[in-house]
Design a protein around this ligand. Structure first.
Ligand code: MN
Length: 203
């Protein structure tokens, strides 16, 4: 399905379609890695029917998106959600739950490697090469290139497939429950990051 670019909040139809989904893959693009300094530029969504929406963030008043993010269903799937959760918390005030993280799952399941980036994971688990060449580009632009749009969509497009494969591995290794506990902790971790706590669990 083609990528759907919108500005501002979801339409009522889109909200309904996503609320009826089982899974919702989510990613964000920002001006940088500091949630207190850097602007949230894009929010990408994709459900199990490959319906991709890229939201260009032109307002932080998005009640329908907030409703979707705070709903129990669909399950929300991130790759390194720790950062996206902090960004979404900081900008939209939402606390997301019922979530899954493909990077955390990968670290718990694929202990034979240290390569847990999305590109590595897709290559190893799904068997193809993901184009990441737009990663460090100006996401704040009002005129996103088609290359940027495709790239941003690709960051959510494979997360649901990855979850299925990672769950098989986690189950095989007896780590599904541990993974669940880790996912449940992520909103708290994002909250600690935002509040400036570092190394809380260190000696
Ligand atoms: Mn991304």
């Amino acid at each position: 399905m083609p990528v759907h670019l919108i500005e501002g909040d979801l339409s009522p139809d889109l909200l309904e379609a996503y609320l009826a989904s089982e899974y919702l893959a989510i990613d964000t693009e920002t001006m940088g890695l500091n949630p207190h300094r850097d602007r949230l530029c894009l929010i990408q969504l994709c459900n199990e029917h490959d319906r991709v929406t890229v939201i260009r963030v032109t307002t932080l008043v998005m009640p329908r998106l907030v409703e979707l993010l705070q709903a129990e269903r669909p399950m929300k799937i991130f790759h390194y959600g720790r950062f996206d959760l902090a960004m979404l918390r900081k900008n939209l005030g939402v606390r997301v739950w019922n979530l899954y993280d493909t990077k955390v799952a990968s670290k718990l399941a694929r202990t034979y490697t240290q390569a847990h980036g999305l590109k590595d994971l897709v290559r190893d688990v799904l068997g193809f090469s993901l184009d990441k060449s737009a990663q460090q580009t100006d996401w704040g632009s009002a005129n996103l290139s088609s290359h940027q749009l495709e790239y941003s969509a690709n960051d959510v497009r494979y997360l649901i497939q990855l979850k299925a494969r990672l769950d098989e591995m986690l189950s095989r290794e007896g780590r599904l429950d541990l993974a669940q506990e880790c996912f449940r902790h992520l909103p708290t971790l994002a909250e600690l990051d935002l509040a400036g706590w570092q190394g809380l669990y260190e000696h």
